[in-house]
Design a protein around this ligand. Structure first.
Ligand SMILES: [Zn+2]
Length: 270
């Protein structure tokens, strides 16, 4: 099945636009503790009225069978409609990068292709290559880590779309960024099991409102959160798979550039 290139080009264009926006940000200064962001603000609304289900279509890459038509998220009603659209775009972007990897790996049926995501991750990822639940042959490179991670995304998508995992929650918080590098954007806990893992993510609505944070950055942040749900660990720094793989996506799978240091990207990971 040929890959329709137009959505790929559109997404890459938006990623590049958002990268330019990030690159234009001045490095924030380190603030004294009194100016650091406050801790999470608890949602004030009673349980039961909090969430509205969001259905997002699952792209159908060749070679991957038994996929559901949609994935579903219970999204907090504290998010505005515009913020919910940003969340939808972020998850759709994760699914897009997953399906692009699966399509390129499928390689017309040989299932031996080196995807752009795997090639880029292989160049830069050397640490924490193994998900916590993994029992198979030792993972020694970023290519294999990417393939295991994307197969686990397939598992997560199937469990979600066929309602085998508990309902995935997108929870709300609001933490203004006072100019520090200590920012919450999208936070997820590392899952310890391989099946029936709900994609629960806590999202900072403040970050969604920033015009300087483009969709490419949000996709990278959401992708990092999904890697936690796929069983991968921080730290979110250079050389670690959970950081390098989403950074590859945020660079459109391109090489690192001296003008864009890694922390410009991973400040958006939690
Ligand atoms: Zn993290």
């Amino acid at each position: 099945m040929p890959i329709n290139i137009q959505p790929i080009l559109s997404l890459m264009q938006s990623i590049l636009q958002s990268l330019r926006q990030v690159n234009n940000l001045l490095p924030p200064s380190i603030l004294p503790p009194s100016l650091l962001p406050p801790s999470f603000i608890a949602p004030p609304i009673a349980e039961g009225l909090l969430y509205t289900e969001m259905a997002i279509p699952v792209p159908q890459p060749p070679g991957v069978t038994g996929l559901p038509p949609n994935v579903y998220f219970d999204v907090s009603n504290l998010f505005t409609a515009a913020q919910k659209q940003r969340i939808r775009d972020s998850i759709s972007g994760v699914l897009f990068n997953w399906t692009l990897h699966m399509s390129q790996k499928w390689n017309g049926g040989a299932n031996n292709g080196l995807s752009q995501m795997a090639a880029c991750s292989n160049t830069y990822s050397t640490k924490n290559l193994r998900p916590i639940w993994y029992q198979g042959v030792t993972i020694t490179n970023g290519r294999k880590a990417t393939e295991v991670a994307m197969d686990q995304f397939t598992q997560i998508i199937k469990d979600n779309g066929f309602r085998k995992s508990s309902r995935a929650r997108i929870d709300w918080t609001y933490i203004p960024n006072a100019g520090s590098f200590i920012i919450t954007t999208m936070r997820a806990n590392t899952a310890s099991t391989q099946t029936k893992v709900p994609v629960n993510v806590l999202i900072n609505a403040y970050q969604l409102d920033q015009p300087s944070i483009g969709v490419g950055v949000l996709i990278g942040s959401m992708f990092h959160a999904w890697l936690h749900r796929a069983g991968f660990f921080d730290p979110k720094t250079t050389s670690y798979f959970i950081s390098e793989c989403p950074m590859c996506i945020m660079r459109g799978y391109g090489p690192k550039l001296p003008s864009m240091p890694d922390n410009l990207f991973y400040q958006f990971f939690d």
